[in-house]
Design a binder for this molecule. Structure first.
Ligand code: CMP
Length: 138
């Protein structure tokens, strides 16, 4: 059993595909064990994406992630991290495989609809960034 964090980003919320994203995760057999809709401040987004703080796109990415509400969730299941990444597709929607979330809904490499943790270490950091122990499991 593995846990991962996923986010429906502001463009996904604006496009009204929260349910579509959740449905694709559920159909793959993953269980949602925590879920909430939140509006990040610029500083919240900077803290979440701190690993990217030296990247040229950091300012633009954190503006985007704080421009409107997002839906954050913890998914649990076998190989949850790689399963979510497969369902999301490549970061750049132009390179994403057919049938993936980013291929179907993302606008561009930044406004790419969904986020998923890329390793057990980042999943741990990201889950704890948004959820406390009381909010997980239920
Ligand atoms: P995500 O998987 O959330 O991880 C980091 C995010 O930065 C990524 O999705 C994109 O939203 C964004 N990103 C990654 N590479 C670029 C890039 N070259 N230009 C702009 N945004 C990027």
């Amino acid at each position: 059993m593995e846990r991962t964090l996923s986010i429906v980003k502001p463009d996904g919320v604006e496009k009204n595909v929260i349910g579509e994203v959740i449905s694709r995760f559920e159909k793959s057999g993953l269980n949602i064990i925590a879920l909430k809709r939140v509006k990040l401040t610029k500083s919240d987004a900077e803290g979440f994406y701190t690993v990217h703080k030296e990247r040229p796109f950091f300012g633009s990415l954190t503006d985007f992630m704080s421009r409107g509400p997002v839906v954050v969730m913890v998914l649990e299941g076998e190989d949850a991290i790689s399963k979510v990444r497969e369902i999301m597709g490549a970061t750049n929607p132009q390179e994403a495989a057919e049938g993936t979330i980013r291929k179907d809904f993302a606008s561009n490499i930044e406004e790419n609809t969904v986020h998923g943790s890329d390793s057990p270490e980042s999943a741990d950091f990201e889950i704890n960034y948004f959820f406390n122990a009381l909010e997980i499991g239920g």
